[in-house]
Design a binder for this molecule. Structure first.
Ligand code: FMN
Length: 145
């Protein structure tokens, strides 16, 4: 089992609708390929974690690299792993523009700032820590919708 993490920039400023389209497109393909993971997005940055078999993860990354919806793709890690961290998530989308000002400020303080948004680290451990923080925020009652 492998885990690949990369960061990229959308061609145009993102809205939730753009992410929804990507997730919709990913659903059937990821399930068929046994891929799980998470896609984080601010208005001007993507960060994606992809888990699955070597061939499946590698093939998806090749497709992603040529997808015109994003550019400046930076590979953060491609590691052999014992088990999945996001086994229950076909591809979970987390739009950081959904979080409230106080929480965004807290995350900016912890992870840094990038063009007015939360900085997505170029480091696999920090990336996984950020996702863990976001998961915890979402599980608090006030984040339930
Ligand atoms: C940021 C981003 C993340 C994406 N994530 C996935 C994904 O997890 N799974 C997937 O199948 N396609 C994903 N896509 C779309 C692929 O690049 C590609 O368009 C899609 O897989 C359709 O390929 P197909 O025409 O070969 O079916 C993503 C695209 C972008 C821009």
């Amino acid at each position: 089992m492998y885990r690949l993490i990369y960061k990229s920039q959308p061609r145009s400023p993102l809205q939730w609708e753009d992410i929804r389209k990507i997730l919709h497109q990913s659903e059937a393909n990821n399930e068929q390929q046994g891929i799980t993971g998470v896609l984080l997005a601010t208005e001007n940055c993507f960060l994606q974690v992809i888990e699955g078999r070597y061939e499946a993860v590698n093939q998806l990354f090749i497709k992603l690299v040529t997808d015109p919806r994003h550019y400046n793709i930076q590979l953060i890690s491609f590691d052999l792993i014992d088990s999945r961290l996001f086994g229950g998530w076909g591809m979970k989308g987390l739009g950081l523009f959904d979080f409230n000002t106080e929480e965004v400020e807290m995350l900016k303080h912890k992870y840094g700032e990038e063009e007015g948004n939360i900085h997505f680290p170029l480091d696999s451990w920090k990336t996984l820590a950020l996702i863990q923080d976001l998961k915890m925020l979402r599980e608090l009652p006030e984040w339930r919708r």
